[in-house]
Design a binder for this molecule. Structure first.
Ligand code: RBF
Length: 188
């Protein structure tokens, strides 16, 4: 069974107008840095401009959901990739926060409409984490591609930069500001 970066294929992705937010948790930073590098290589492959990538960081994975929400509400990015690594330790920390962080990140995407990619590795050992953060199995690569795909999906669904309006999935039609206004009024 295909796994890791071979698990799915991605279509051709044109990211030249996509703005991406990356938020890295500093716990296990040598490994989260590798994941960020994987993300950036995929973004470059998709044509995302370096100047359209916003990077910030938080102490640990527990802080990712709120930081992601702040960035989503800022309106400065089209998609966010929160990156963290939770490794099972001697305490119940992992059990207590893994699901919560996951749910928190999902909630931000659903409540703001800004796509949020799940860039948190939840593993038993550091060795498992390294395997998933290096070489051809660097999961950051598929997170970067997933981010561009979801940003383009959002653009086609709800428009971007005020030039389009919602028509459901597929190609949104470009409309002028006058049309936008009347569309909004009619639907209210
Ligand atoms: N943050 C992570 O991103 N990954 C971890 O594996 C991790 N393990 C932790 C283990 C313990 C016992 C504690 C107290 C915190 C840990 N954190 C970890 C940090 C956590 O996500 C958060 O930054 C801090 O609890 C401060 O809110």
């Amino acid at each position: 069974m295909a796994a890791g970066n071979d698990a799915i294929d991605f279509p051709e992705l044109d990211g030249k107008e996509v703005r991406v937010g990356i938020i890295k948790a500093r716990w296990h930073e040598d490994i989260t840095d590798d994941l960020v590098a994987g993300v950036k290589s995929a973004l470059a492959e998709c044509g995302v401009e370096a100047e359209n990538i916003v990077e910030s960081e938080v102490p640990g994975s527990f802080e990712l959901p709120l930081a992601t929400r702040f960035l989503a509400l800022s309106g400065t990015v089209d998609v966010i990739i929160p990156i963290g690594l939770l490794i099972k330790g001697d305490t119940y920390h992992f059990e207590v926060i893994a699901d919560t962080v996951t749910r928190g990140l999902m909630d931000v995407g659903l409540s703001t409409g800004i796509p949020v990619i799940f860039g948190v590795l939840t593993v038993n050992t550091e060795e498992q984490a390294k395997y998933r953060a290096t070489g051809s199995n660097n999961h950051g690569v598929q997170w970067g591609k997933a981010a561009v795909e979801m940003a383009l999906l959002r653009a086609s669904a709800v428009g971007q930069k005020g030039r389009k309006f919602f028509l459901g999935f597929g190609a949104a039609e470009e409309v002028g500001s006058k049309d936008r206004k009347s569309t909004r009024l009619n639907s209210s």
